[in-house]
Design a protein around this ligand. Structure first.
Ligand code: SF4
Ligand code: SF4
Length: 187
């Protein structure tokens, strides 16, 4: 009896999470016809454990936990190729972002090691400076991931070649970027 009600609870939670993904991304996984156009154009499909098309299928089947614990949602570059190719107007790029967001709120450990450290470091720098500061990103990421000395010898070479700047550049409209972050954080 107890196991039965546990199963019902899990099913209800899965259904709530799928609804939340639909709300956040303004998409309906049920409208996907499994044509595979998204996967055919995805530059990272070969690295993913579930292809973009399969992520939609998982949601259609109610297997949201498999989608939330996949490498796929963390490898997605948000390049929007899939979104542009979809004949059903499914915004798959936005759906991937929504799944990442839900995975974080549900405290599901990312399948891709250290990617959350990278994500957080990236966003923190854009929030602070309005744009990416590459050297800062390397530093913050290394601190968070504790890979302090990995690739450290590349830094002088990249600095010499001008690939890394020592000082962050300011942008026009930094205040607007700060306002975008403030609005998102309030939601
Ligand atoms: S392109 Fe659109 S309809 Fe086709 S499989 Fe991908 S999400 Fe589904
Ligand atoms: S947005 Fe993500 S899933 Fe879509 S094509 Fe780009 S990398 Fe692939």
């Amino acid at each position: 009896m107890m196991q039965h009600s546990l199963q019902i609870d899990q099913k209800a939670l899965a259904s709530d999470l799928i609804k939340e993904a639909e709300r956040l991304s303004d998409t309906e996984p049920t409208s996907c016809m499994q044509c595979g156009m998204c996967t055919g154009g995805c530059p990272l499909a070969y690295e993913m454990d579930w292809s973009p098309r399969q992520i939609l299928r998982l949601l259609q089947l109610g297997l949201v936990n498999d989608a939330l614990s996949s490498r796929t949602i963390w490898l997605c570059l948000t390049c929007e190729t899939c979104t542009a190719r979809c004949p059903r107007d499914i915004d798959l790029a936005k759906l991937m972002s929504s799944l990442r967001e839900i995975a974080i709120t549900q405290k599901i450990k990312p399948a891709e090691k250290d990617i959350l450290s990278f994500h957080r470091s990236f966003l923190e720098l854009v929030k602070r400076g309005g744009r990416l500061f590459e050297l800062g990103l390397v530093g913050l990421y290394k601190l968070r991931s504790r890979h302090l000395f990995q690739d450290v010898l590349l830094a002088p070479v990249m600095l010499r070649k001008g690939k890394l700047k020592l000082i962050p550049r300011r942008i026009k409209g930094q205040d607007k970027v700060a306002r975008i972050f403030a609005k998102i954080e309030k939601q």
